[in-house]
Design a protein around this ligand. Structure first.
Ligand code: BEZ
Length: 257
């Protein structure tokens, strides 16, 4: 799922499954927080290639998975033909009072405007339904993104704040938005999770997979040159004992309608 205004599908579903399986792996902790009960109807918002939706169905839950990326949804349908998947933006879910829970892992930092997404989530839930989510919080991947912006500056590439693709709120900011749309905030947490990136090219693969939107209009040649400089400049901080780490900071929330 992505920016409300973005039209290009940057997601490479095979690269995601091959090199970024950690996204779903960490999601298992959020599934524990969801505490799904047999027979519940749950919407997986930003389901990617469907692995967590599949884990939920194995708990006896009926799941509907949505993602903004058609590439991801095509792969999810091919992997798990018995689960219902669809393409939708998080801000435009077309349900009223239907789900016991909305679950979302590692997605809502892509979604703007965040309040519109919360309104859309709120409306899909049954009364007393719960919203359980984890995504990037304040300061997320700051070492990486500061260095991208630093490189743009040194190459005199114009980049405005509005072009920054992500929304990384504090729990204060996000809980306030949740309350404004009607949720009772039962849980809110902000924590560091340095995230290992697979292999010697781990950081480069992360940049390729996730930061494509920031490099729109920049030639592949220049992009690669910038990636090399980023790797050099952040190596001392993010390459530890032979492994790249992304400086993830997450927020987790539970809200009840
Ligand atoms: C995240 O999961 O925190 C994330 C992923 C890609 C880009 C930015 C943040």
């Amino acid at each position: 799922m992505g920016d409300n205004n973005a039209t290009k599908d940057y997601w490479d579903a095979s690269l995601y499954d091959g090199k970024h399986a950690f996204v779903s792996n960490f999601g298992n902790d959020v599934i524990k927080l969801l505490d799904a009960k047999k027979g519940e109807r749950i919407l997986d918002l930003g389901c990617g290639t469907g692995d967590l939706a599949h884990s939920l169905t194995e708990m006896g839950v009926t799941v509907v998975g949505f993602d903004k990326s058609k590439n991801m949804i095509d792969q999810a349908k091919a992997k798990y033909p018995n689960i219902v998947f669809g393409v939708s933006d998080a801000t435009e879910l077309d349900y009223q009072n239907e789900f016991d829970a909305v679950f979302s892992n590692a997605v809502l930092h892509w979604v703007k405007p965040p309040k519109q997404a919360l309104q859309s989530i709120y409306q899909t839930l049954k009364p007393k339904g719960r919203f359980v989510a984890e995504f990037g919080g304040k300061g997320n991947v700051k070492i990486i993104t500061d260095e991208i912006l630093n490189q743009f500056k040194s190459y005199e590439i114009n980049f405005s704040d509005e072009q920054f693709p992500w929304y990384f709120p504090s729990i204060g900011q996000y809980s306030t938005l949740m309350e404004e749309v009607g949720f009772r905030v039962m849980h809110a947490q902000h924590f560091d999770r340095p995230t290992p990136l697979d292999g010697e090219h781990g950081l480069r693969n992360w940049l390729e997979m996730f930061s494509g939107g920031m490099f729109e209009g920049i030639s592949n040649e220049l992009k690669n040159e910038i990636f090399n400089k980023i790797e050099t400049n952040v190596r001392e901080t993010l390459y530890l004992d032979g492994c790249w780490f992304a400086d993830y900071k997450r927020i987790r929330v539970i809200g009840v309608k």
